[in-house]
Design a protein around this ligand. Structure first.
Ligand SMILES: [Fe+2]
Length: 438
C-alpha cells in the first residue's frame, strides 16, 4: 500500500492558466483553427521527409567557407535551425585538449560527474583545455557568425558581432551504458513562452493564425523575453542564439550523439499552438485535421511539467503530448562528426541525446554555445568572469563549487588574445555594457 498517495498525485494547474489561454486566443479562434489544420498537414509531410532522409537532412558547412556561403545554404541553416560546421579547430589541437582532459580526470579522482559509479559527464567548467577552447579564435568567429543569423531593428548590430563565452561542461562518453538524461525537449524557458508577454511576442505571428510568417531569428524579441519567471534551478540565465558543442571524437549516428527535429518554424508553431487544441478521438487519425478541435477548457499546457513546488519544466516533447511531431521516429541524429567539427542548434529547436552508444570509441564533446552581447548576457558575463577569477562554479550552475584546487585548472592569464579576453569579460567590458543596452 502506498501511504504517500497525495505526494504521487500530480499537482493541479491553477485556473489562471485557463484564463491565460482565453486571453491569448481571444478574437483569433477562427484563424487559429484554420492555421492549425494547415499545420497538421504540413507536419505529416515534413516528418515523413525527416524519417526518409535521416542524418543527411542536417546542413553541413566548412568553417573556412562560412563567410562565402551561398544565400540558399544560409537560408537552409535558418530553416532547419541546426548545422554541422566542419573543421572549426584542427584535429591535433582538439585531440590534445581531450588528452589533457583525460589527464585532469585521472589526476583529480574526486571530481563530480555522472554516472556516479563511472563518471563520463563532468561537472567541471574551468579546466585549462575548456578555457582554451572557449578562447579559440575560430570558435569565437563561428559563434559570431551564428549570432548574425539573427536580425533586429532595435538592437545595436554589435550585440551580434561581439561573441561572449559561456562556461559549460564536457563529456567523454564510453560505449554501452544507457543514458536517459535528455529525451526530446526545448531549453531556454518553459511556461514563460506563453505566460510572459515579452516572450510571447516572439511567437506573435503563430498566435495570430499566421505561423508561416513566424521568424525564429528576431533578436529584438529575444532581448525582452523573460525566460525564467519562477527562479528555476539549473536553468541557463543567458540567451544562447544556438546551443552547441565541439566534437572531440569521431562520432556517428547511434554512438550517443545529438538528435534534432530539423524544422524550427514547424516545431515552434506546433509547440506554441498545441495547448489550444485537443483531439476529438485520441485513438483516431491524428493527422486528419477534422479530428481536432479548438479547446481551451483545461488549464494544462501539454509537455510542460508542473512540479509540487509550483515551478515549471519543459517543454518536453513526446508522442503522448505532441503526436504530430512523431518524435519517437522523426528525431534525426546528426551526421558523423570528427574532432574539431562543431554542431549547433537554435535555442528553440527540439533536441535529445541518443540513449545508446553502440560505437567502439568514446563519444566526446565540449559544450560551447553561441552567446550574443544582450543586456542580460553581459550582466551574466560579469558574474561568470568573477567566478572564473576565483575558480568558482559559474553562477548558472549554483553548486557552490570550487575548482581552484583542481590540478590543471585554467586561469585568466591563459587567455591571451584581446578578442578572447573581451569575450570572457576580462577586457573592454564597459564597451560591451554600452552596446548591450542600445
Ligand atoms: Fe537541452
Amino acid at each position: 500500500m502506498n501511504l504517500n498517495k497525495a505526494e504521487n498525485t500530480p499537482p493541479v494547474w491553477p485556473d489562471r492558466f485557463t484564463a491565460l489561454k482565453k486571453e491569448i486566443t481571444a478574437g483569433h479562434e477562427e484563424e487559429l483553427t484554420k492555421s492549425w489544420r494547415a499545420l497538421v498537414l504540413a507536419l505529416k509531410e515534413r516528418t515523413k521527409e525527416f524519417i526518409e532522409t535521416g542524418p543527411e537532412i542536417v546542413p553541413q558547412v566548412e568553417y573556412a567557407e562560412l563567410e562565402s556561403l551561398p544565400a540558399e545554404k544560409v537560408a537552409e541553416v535558418k530553416r532547419k535551425g541546426c548545422v554541422v560546421i566542419r573543421n572549426v579547430v584542427p584535429d591535433e589541437e582538439v585531440l590534445k585538449w581531450k588528452a589533457d582532459l583525460r589527464k585532469i580526470i585521472e589526476d583529480n579522482p574526486q571530481l563530480e560527474g555522472l554516472p556516479v559509479d563511472d563518471k563520463q559527464f563532468f561537472y567541471l567548467y574551468w579546466s585549462k583545455p575548456q578555457v582554451e577552447a572557449r578562447a579559440h579564435a575560430n570558435i569565437l568567429a563561428a559563434t559570431a557568425w551564428l549570432n548574425q543569423l539573427y536580425t533586429g531593428e532595435g538592437a545595436d548590430k554589435r550585440v551580434l558581432t561581439a561573441p561572449l563565452t559561456y562556461a559549460d561542461r564536457f563529456r567523454i562518453r564510453k560505449p554501452g551504458p544507457k543514458w536517459a538524461f535528455h529525451p526530446p525537449h526545448v531549453d531556454g524557458g518553459s511556461i514563460e513562452r506563453w505566460e510572459d508577454p515579452g516572450f510571447r511576442q516572439i511567437y506573435r505571428d503563430i498566435l495570430s493564425g499566421e505561423w508561416a510568417k513566424h521568424d525564429a531569428f528576431d533578436i529584438d524579441g529575444r532581448i525582452v523575453a523573460q525566460s525564467d519567471l519562477y527562479d528555476r534551478p539549473n536553468q541557463a540565465s543567458v540567451f544562447r542564439t544556438f546551443q552547441g558543442w565541439l566534437a572531440m571524437s569521431d562520432t556517428g549516428p547511434g554512438e550517443g550523439t545529438l538528435r534534432v527535429y530539423p524544422d524550427i518554424k514547424l516545431g515552434n508553431s506546433y509547440i506554441i499552438l498545441r495547448p489550444f487544441f485537443s483531439p476529438i478521438d485520441p485513438a483516431g487519425d491524428l493527422f486528419d485535421p477534422d479530428n481536432w478541435k479548438f479547446d481551451i477548457s483545461a488549464p494544462e499546457f501539454p509537455g510542460i511539467i508542473l512540479e509540487r513546488d509550483g515551478k515549471f519544466h519543459g517543454p518536453r516533447i513526446s508522442d503522448a503530448t505532441h503526436p504530430n511531431m512523431r518524435t519517437g521516429e522523426a528525431m534525426v541524429s546528426v551526421p558523423l562528426v570528427h574532432p574539431g567539427d562543431m554542431v549547433f542548434w537554435h535555442s528553440d529547436l527540439v533536441h535529445s541525446v541518443e540513449e545508446e552508444h553502440h560505437g567502439n570509441g568514446d563519444s566526446s564533446v565540449m559544450y560551447i554555445p553561441a552567446v550574443p552581447a544582450t543586456k542580460q548576457n553581459v550582466s551574466y558575463l560579469a558574474k561568470q568572469r568573477d567566478a572564473f577569477i576565483k575558480g568558482h562554479t559559474p553562477p548558472d550552475f549554483g553548486r557552490d563549487g570550487d575548482e581552484s584546487w583542481v590540478l590543471g585548472v585554467g586561469r585568466p592569464e591563459h587567455i591571451t588574445t584581446a578578442a578572447a579576453r573581451k569575450a570572457m569579460g576580462l577586457e573592454g567590458f564597459e564597451e560591451l555594457q554600452l552596446i548591450s543596452v542600445v
